[in-house]
Design a protein around this ligand. Structure first.
Ligand code: SF4
Ligand code: SF4
Length: 342
Protein backbone atom coordinates (compact mmCIF):
# COMPACT_ATOMS: atom_id res chain seq x y z
CA UNK A 1 0.00 0.00 0.00
CA UNK A 2 1.49 3.41 -0.95
CA UNK A 3 2.25 5.57 2.06
CA UNK A 4 -0.34 8.18 1.16
CA UNK A 5 -3.17 5.66 0.96
CA UNK A 6 -5.77 5.87 3.75
CA UNK A 7 -5.10 3.49 6.62
CA UNK A 8 -8.04 1.11 6.47
CA UNK A 9 -7.45 -0.38 9.88
CA UNK A 10 -9.23 0.91 12.93
CA UNK A 11 -10.52 0.04 16.38
CA UNK A 12 -13.52 -1.83 15.03
CA UNK A 13 -11.45 -4.01 12.69
CA UNK A 14 -9.85 -5.88 15.58
CA UNK A 15 -12.18 -8.82 15.31
CA UNK A 16 -15.67 -7.53 16.05
CA UNK A 17 -17.85 -10.00 14.20
CA UNK A 18 -21.26 -9.21 15.67
CA UNK A 19 -22.72 -5.80 16.48
CA UNK A 20 -19.97 -3.27 15.82
CA UNK A 21 -18.74 -1.33 18.81
CA UNK A 22 -17.22 2.05 18.28
CA UNK A 23 -14.37 3.69 20.11
CA UNK A 24 -15.78 7.01 21.34
CA UNK A 25 -13.96 9.89 22.97
CA UNK A 26 -16.89 12.21 23.62
CA UNK A 27 -20.61 12.75 23.18
CA UNK A 28 -21.82 16.34 23.26
CA UNK A 29 -25.50 17.12 23.60
CA UNK A 30 -27.05 20.45 22.61
CA UNK A 31 -24.29 21.21 20.15
CA UNK A 32 -25.03 24.14 17.82
CA UNK A 33 -21.78 24.23 15.83
CA UNK A 34 -21.77 20.80 14.19
CA UNK A 35 -24.46 21.19 11.55
CA UNK A 36 -27.93 22.73 11.47
CA UNK A 37 -30.09 23.15 14.57
CA UNK A 38 -29.56 21.54 17.93
CA UNK A 39 -27.54 18.35 17.65
CA UNK A 40 -25.90 15.55 19.55
CA UNK A 41 -22.35 15.10 18.33
CA UNK A 42 -20.62 11.75 18.71
CA UNK A 43 -16.83 11.93 18.47
CA UNK A 44 -15.15 8.77 17.22
CA UNK A 45 -11.55 8.00 18.05
CA UNK A 46 -8.90 7.56 15.37
CA UNK A 47 -7.88 9.77 12.47
CA UNK A 48 -5.48 9.13 9.57
CA UNK A 49 -4.46 12.80 9.46
CA UNK A 50 -2.30 14.61 12.01
CA UNK A 51 -3.17 18.26 11.59
CA UNK A 52 -0.68 20.48 13.37
CA UNK A 53 -3.50 22.57 14.83
CA UNK A 54 -5.84 19.66 15.63
CA UNK A 55 -8.78 20.83 17.75
CA UNK A 56 -9.35 17.35 19.18
CA UNK A 57 -5.89 15.77 19.55
CA UNK A 58 -7.35 13.14 21.87
CA UNK A 59 -9.19 11.84 18.81
CA UNK A 60 -6.15 11.16 16.64
CA UNK A 61 -4.97 7.87 18.11
CA UNK A 62 -7.41 4.97 17.71
CA UNK A 63 -6.30 3.64 21.10
CA UNK A 64 -7.70 4.67 24.48
CA UNK A 65 -5.67 7.00 26.67
CA UNK A 66 -5.70 8.64 30.09
CA UNK A 67 -6.18 12.38 30.36
CA UNK A 68 -4.43 13.90 33.39
CA UNK A 69 -5.19 17.42 34.58
CA UNK A 70 -2.78 18.14 37.42
CA UNK A 71 -4.75 21.21 38.61
CA UNK A 72 -7.59 18.91 39.65
CA UNK A 73 -5.40 16.50 41.60
CA UNK A 74 -5.93 16.69 45.38
CA UNK A 75 -3.09 14.26 46.08
CA UNK A 76 -5.30 11.61 47.70
CA UNK A 77 -2.98 8.87 46.42
CA UNK A 78 -5.76 6.55 45.24
CA UNK A 79 -4.24 6.23 41.76
CA UNK A 80 -0.87 5.28 43.25
CA UNK A 81 -2.54 2.48 45.20
CA UNK A 82 -4.66 1.38 42.22
CA UNK A 83 -2.22 1.24 39.33
CA UNK A 84 -0.74 -2.25 38.88
CA UNK A 85 2.17 -0.83 36.89
CA UNK A 86 3.35 1.86 39.26
CA UNK A 87 2.68 4.59 36.70
CA UNK A 88 1.62 7.13 39.34
CA UNK A 89 4.03 8.39 41.98
CA UNK A 90 4.38 11.35 44.28
CA UNK A 91 7.77 12.99 44.36
CA UNK A 92 8.72 14.95 47.44
CA UNK A 93 9.28 18.66 46.84
CA UNK A 94 12.54 20.38 47.79
CA UNK A 95 12.80 22.36 51.04
CA UNK A 96 9.33 21.48 52.29
CA UNK A 97 7.57 22.28 49.00
CA UNK A 98 4.44 20.27 48.22
CA UNK A 99 5.05 16.92 46.57
CA UNK A 100 4.27 16.59 42.88
CA UNK A 101 2.28 13.95 41.08
CA UNK A 102 4.42 12.22 38.43
CA UNK A 103 2.59 10.14 35.82
CA UNK A 104 4.85 7.86 33.78
CA UNK A 105 2.95 7.17 30.57
CA UNK A 106 5.58 4.67 29.47
CA UNK A 107 4.26 2.34 32.16
CA UNK A 108 0.58 3.00 31.45
CA UNK A 109 -1.46 0.38 29.58
CA UNK A 110 -4.63 2.50 29.60
CA UNK A 111 -6.55 -0.07 31.62
CA UNK A 112 -8.57 2.81 33.09
CA UNK A 113 -8.53 1.63 36.74
CA UNK A 114 -6.97 4.80 38.13
CA UNK A 115 -9.57 6.97 36.38
CA UNK A 116 -12.35 5.02 38.06
CA UNK A 117 -10.90 5.72 41.51
CA UNK A 118 -10.14 9.41 40.89
CA UNK A 119 -12.96 11.37 42.56
CA UNK A 120 -11.88 14.76 41.24
CA UNK A 121 -11.66 13.58 37.62
CA UNK A 122 -8.07 14.69 37.41
CA UNK A 123 -7.67 11.36 35.62
CA UNK A 124 -10.14 10.44 32.90
CA UNK A 125 -10.35 7.49 30.57
CA UNK A 126 -10.72 8.65 26.97
CA UNK A 127 -11.84 6.16 24.35
CA UNK A 128 -14.63 3.97 25.74
CA UNK A 129 -16.15 1.31 23.54
CA UNK A 130 -19.90 1.66 22.94
CA UNK A 131 -22.54 -0.15 20.94
CA UNK A 132 -24.89 1.64 18.58
CA UNK A 133 -27.76 1.14 21.00
CA UNK A 134 -25.77 2.59 23.91
CA UNK A 135 -25.18 5.71 21.85
CA UNK A 136 -28.77 5.91 20.65
CA UNK A 137 -29.83 5.92 24.31
CA UNK A 138 -27.99 9.24 24.60
CA UNK A 139 -29.15 10.58 21.23
CA UNK A 140 -32.84 9.67 21.45
CA UNK A 141 -33.96 11.78 24.43
CA UNK A 142 -33.33 15.05 22.54
CA UNK A 143 -35.45 14.11 19.56
CA UNK A 144 -37.95 16.87 20.32
CA UNK A 145 -35.19 19.46 20.15
CA UNK A 146 -33.92 18.05 16.85
CA UNK A 147 -37.37 18.25 15.32
CA UNK A 148 -38.09 21.78 16.54
CA UNK A 149 -34.69 23.16 15.51
CA UNK A 150 -33.91 21.21 12.34
CA UNK A 151 -31.08 19.44 14.17
CA UNK A 152 -30.14 15.82 14.71
CA UNK A 153 -27.11 13.57 15.06
CA UNK A 154 -23.59 14.49 13.93
CA UNK A 155 -20.81 11.92 13.79
CA UNK A 156 -17.44 13.58 14.11
CA UNK A 157 -14.00 12.71 15.41
CA UNK A 158 -11.29 11.89 14.83
CA UNK A 159 -12.42 10.63 11.48
CA UNK A 160 -15.80 8.81 11.34
CA UNK A 161 -14.76 6.90 8.23
CA UNK A 162 -11.87 5.35 10.13
CA UNK A 163 -14.60 3.23 11.84
CA UNK A 164 -16.75 2.61 8.77
CA UNK A 165 -18.93 -0.29 9.95
CA UNK A 166 -19.78 1.39 13.21
CA UNK A 167 -20.47 4.73 11.54
CA UNK A 168 -22.75 3.05 9.04
CA UNK A 169 -24.68 1.18 11.74
CA UNK A 170 -25.11 4.31 13.83
CA UNK A 171 -26.34 6.31 10.84
CA UNK A 172 -28.78 3.54 9.94
CA UNK A 173 -30.15 3.49 13.50
CA UNK A 174 -30.68 7.26 13.44
CA UNK A 175 -32.32 7.06 10.03
CA UNK A 176 -34.71 4.36 11.25
CA UNK A 177 -35.82 6.75 14.01
CA UNK A 178 -36.25 9.70 11.66
CA UNK A 179 -33.26 11.64 13.03
CA UNK A 180 -31.33 13.98 10.70
CA UNK A 181 -27.72 12.87 10.14
CA UNK A 182 -24.48 14.76 9.51
CA UNK A 183 -21.00 13.32 9.07
CA UNK A 184 -18.07 15.61 9.73
CA UNK A 185 -15.10 14.29 7.78
CA UNK A 186 -11.52 15.09 6.88
CA UNK A 187 -12.26 13.47 3.52
CA UNK A 188 -9.32 11.09 3.86
CA UNK A 189 -10.62 7.55 3.39
CA UNK A 190 -11.16 5.18 0.51
CA UNK A 191 -14.00 6.12 -1.84
CA UNK A 192 -15.68 2.81 -1.05
CA UNK A 193 -16.20 3.93 2.54
CA UNK A 194 -17.87 7.15 1.41
CA UNK A 195 -19.98 5.35 -1.14
CA UNK A 196 -21.30 3.00 1.54
CA UNK A 197 -22.63 5.99 3.50
CA UNK A 198 -24.23 7.91 0.66
CA UNK A 199 -27.80 6.80 1.29
CA UNK A 200 -27.51 7.35 5.05
CA UNK A 201 -26.09 10.88 5.31
CA UNK A 202 -28.24 14.00 5.02
CA UNK A 203 -25.29 16.38 5.08
CA UNK A 204 -21.52 15.98 4.81
CA UNK A 205 -19.49 18.59 6.70
CA UNK A 206 -16.40 18.17 4.55
CA UNK A 207 -13.07 19.70 5.62
CA UNK A 208 -10.87 21.55 3.18
CA UNK A 209 -7.75 22.61 5.01
CA UNK A 210 -5.20 23.67 2.42
CA UNK A 211 -5.13 24.21 -1.34
CA UNK A 212 -1.45 23.53 -1.96
CA UNK A 213 -0.82 19.74 -1.92
CA UNK A 214 2.69 20.05 -0.49
CA UNK A 215 1.61 22.37 2.29
CA UNK A 216 -1.34 20.08 2.93
CA UNK A 217 1.08 17.21 3.47
CA UNK A 218 3.23 19.40 5.70
CA UNK A 219 0.26 20.51 7.83
CA UNK A 220 -1.70 17.25 8.01
CA UNK A 221 0.65 14.40 7.11
CA UNK A 222 -1.10 13.68 3.80
CA UNK A 223 -1.54 15.31 0.40
CA UNK A 224 -5.02 16.62 -0.44
CA UNK A 225 -5.26 14.53 -3.61
CA UNK A 226 -7.45 11.73 -2.19
CA UNK A 227 -9.54 14.25 -0.25
CA UNK A 228 -10.32 16.30 -3.34
CA UNK A 229 -11.11 13.13 -5.28
CA UNK A 230 -13.62 12.08 -2.64
CA UNK A 231 -15.14 15.54 -2.52
CA UNK A 232 -15.68 15.55 -6.27
CA UNK A 233 -17.09 12.01 -6.22
CA UNK A 234 -19.50 12.87 -3.41
CA UNK A 235 -20.61 15.97 -5.24
CA UNK A 236 -21.12 14.06 -8.51
CA UNK A 237 -23.15 11.47 -6.57
CA UNK A 238 -25.54 14.21 -5.47
CA UNK A 239 -24.56 14.39 -1.80
CA UNK A 240 -25.38 17.49 0.25
CA UNK A 241 -22.05 19.01 1.14
CA UNK A 242 -20.96 21.92 3.24
CA UNK A 243 -17.28 22.79 2.96
CA UNK A 244 -15.53 23.53 6.26
CA UNK A 245 -12.29 25.48 6.15
CA UNK A 246 -10.23 25.86 9.32
CA UNK A 247 -8.34 29.15 9.24
CA UNK A 248 -5.07 29.03 11.15
CA UNK A 249 -2.93 32.17 11.40
CA UNK A 250 0.56 31.60 10.04
CA UNK A 251 -0.43 28.44 8.16
CA UNK A 252 -3.30 28.65 5.69
CA UNK A 253 -4.39 32.31 6.05
CA UNK A 254 -3.03 33.15 2.60
CA UNK A 255 -4.70 34.63 -0.42
CA UNK A 256 -3.74 31.71 -2.66
CA UNK A 257 -5.55 29.33 -0.29
CA UNK A 258 -8.68 31.50 -0.21
CA UNK A 259 -8.50 31.72 -4.01
CA UNK A 260 -8.37 27.91 -3.97
CA UNK A 261 -11.46 27.76 -1.75
CA UNK A 262 -13.28 30.12 -4.11
CA UNK A 263 -12.29 28.13 -7.20
CA UNK A 264 -13.35 24.87 -5.58
CA UNK A 265 -16.70 26.28 -4.46
CA UNK A 266 -17.40 27.81 -7.88
CA UNK A 267 -16.65 24.47 -9.54
CA UNK A 268 -19.49 22.91 -7.51
CA UNK A 269 -22.53 25.17 -7.96
CA UNK A 270 -24.79 22.94 -5.84
CA UNK A 271 -22.47 23.03 -2.85
CA UNK A 272 -24.53 24.16 0.15
CA UNK A 273 -21.86 26.65 1.12
CA UNK A 274 -18.52 27.27 2.77
CA UNK A 275 -18.00 27.83 6.47
CA UNK A 276 -14.75 29.26 7.77
CA UNK A 277 -13.70 27.75 11.10
CA UNK A 278 -11.53 30.24 12.96
CA UNK A 279 -8.54 28.82 14.83
CA UNK A 280 -8.95 28.21 18.56
CA UNK A 281 -6.08 27.18 20.86
CA UNK A 282 -8.23 24.60 22.69
CA UNK A 283 -6.38 21.72 21.04
CA UNK A 284 -3.09 23.14 22.25
CA UNK A 285 -4.21 23.08 25.88
CA UNK A 286 -5.68 19.60 25.48
CA UNK A 287 -2.30 18.22 24.41
CA UNK A 288 -0.87 18.79 27.87
CA UNK A 289 -3.47 16.48 29.39
CA UNK A 290 -2.00 13.67 27.33
CA UNK A 291 1.63 14.47 28.07
CA UNK A 292 2.16 15.96 24.61
CA UNK A 293 3.40 19.27 23.25
CA UNK A 294 2.55 21.05 19.99
CA UNK A 295 4.97 20.03 17.24
CA UNK A 296 5.13 23.62 15.97
CA UNK A 297 4.36 27.12 17.18
CA UNK A 298 0.61 27.74 17.43
CA UNK A 299 -1.02 31.02 18.50
CA UNK A 300 -2.33 31.33 22.07
CA UNK A 301 -5.23 33.56 21.07
CA UNK A 302 -8.37 32.41 19.24
CA UNK A 303 -9.71 34.06 16.13
CA UNK A 304 -13.20 35.49 16.38
CA UNK A 305 -15.73 32.67 16.53
CA UNK A 306 -17.66 33.97 13.54
CA UNK A 307 -14.63 33.95 11.33
CA UNK A 308 -12.24 36.41 9.77
CA UNK A 309 -14.64 39.05 8.54
CA UNK A 310 -12.50 40.43 5.74
CA UNK A 311 -12.03 37.03 4.18
CA UNK A 312 -15.72 36.30 4.42
CA UNK A 313 -16.40 39.48 2.44
CA UNK A 314 -13.59 38.62 0.02
CA UNK A 315 -15.06 35.18 -0.67
CA UNK A 316 -18.57 36.59 -1.07
CA UNK A 317 -17.29 39.09 -3.62
CA UNK A 318 -15.92 36.11 -5.55
CA UNK A 319 -19.42 34.63 -5.61
CA UNK A 320 -18.92 32.06 -2.83
CA UNK A 321 -21.84 31.29 -0.54
CA UNK A 322 -20.23 31.74 2.88
CA UNK A 323 -22.30 30.39 5.75
CA UNK A 324 -20.69 32.34 8.60
CA UNK A 325 -22.91 34.95 10.25
CA UNK A 326 -23.63 38.02 8.14
CA UNK A 327 -22.66 40.41 10.94
CA UNK A 328 -19.04 39.31 10.89
CA UNK A 329 -18.58 40.51 7.31
CA UNK A 330 -20.10 43.90 8.08
CA UNK A 331 -17.72 44.45 10.96
CA UNK A 332 -14.54 44.83 8.93
CA UNK A 333 -13.77 47.34 6.23
CA UNK A 334 -10.17 46.26 5.56
CA UNK A 335 -8.23 43.05 6.15
CA UNK A 336 -6.52 42.74 9.52
CA UNK A 337 -2.73 42.45 9.51
CA UNK A 338 -2.60 38.68 9.56
CA UNK A 339 -4.59 38.55 6.33
CA UNK A 340 -2.10 40.68 4.45
CA UNK A 341 1.02 39.18 5.93
CA UNK A 342 1.87 42.44 7.72
S1 SF4 B 1 -6.72 9.68 42.37
FE1 SF4 B 1 -6.98 11.66 41.27
S2 SF4 B 1 -6.99 13.17 42.92
FE2 SF4 B 1 -6.16 11.28 43.81
S3 SF4 B 1 -3.92 11.49 43.60
FE3 SF4 B 1 -4.66 10.38 41.81
S4 SF4 B 1 -5.00 12.00 40.26
FE4 SF4 B 1 -4.86 13.01 42.23
S1 SF4 C 1 -4.73 3.44 33.17
FE1 SF4 C 1 -4.14 1.57 34.27
S2 SF4 C 1 -1.96 1.29 33.76
FE2 SF4 C 1 -2.48 3.40 33.20
S3 SF4 C 1 -1.92 4.61 34.98
FE3 SF4 C 1 -4.10 4.09 35.20
S4 SF4 C 1 -4.15 2.22 36.42
FE4 SF4 C 1 -2.04 2.48 35.68
Amino acid sequence: MPSNEPDETGPESAGASQAPRGRIFDIQRFSIHDGPGIRTTVFLKGCPLHCLWCHNPEGISPSPAISFLSEKCMACGECVRTCPNGAHQFQAGDNGAASTHAYDRERCEACGRCAVTCDTRALEFVGRRMTVEEIMKEVRPDRTFYLSSGGGLTISGGEPLAQPDFTRELLAAARDEGIHRCVETSGFASWGRFRALLALVDLFLFDFKETDPQRHAEFTGQSNEIILGNLRALYDAGANIQLQCPIVPGYNDREDHFAGIAALARSMPDLLGVRLLPYHPLGKSKLERFGLRPAVYLPDEPLDREGPAAWISWLREKGVRVLNAESSSKAASSPPGWLTGA
